[in-house]
Design a protein around this ligand. Sequence first.
Ligand SMILES: [Cu+2]
Length: 113
Amino acid sequence: MRRTLAVLALSASAVLVGACSTTTAGAQSLGAAGPQIGLKNLRFDPSKVKAKVKQSITFVWKEKVAHNIVFDSKGPKSKLQSKGTFIVSFDKPGTYKYKCSIHPGMKGEVAVA
Ligand SMILES: [Cu+2]
């Protein structure tokens, strides 16, 4: 009398990839939803986006690696974080450059018009 338990070896981890839940509930409060930028493979994807004045620009962590987002000079700055989102918007047109201060290759810019 042996119960043969079928071992369901379906790897649950495979399902998790791509099922990333983005919690951007607060995005609307900053104005119309603008572009999203993913943080993935030590890159900003895409690294150049366009947005309108006051439009929200959402950075989404898509890997569990600590990054931050630091805009030049007077610009906004995120915490060092490895998940979640960071949302910014700009009141004036211009090109705003940013980087991750930990990874020298991680750079990007937002063109606000
Ligand atoms: Cu980084």
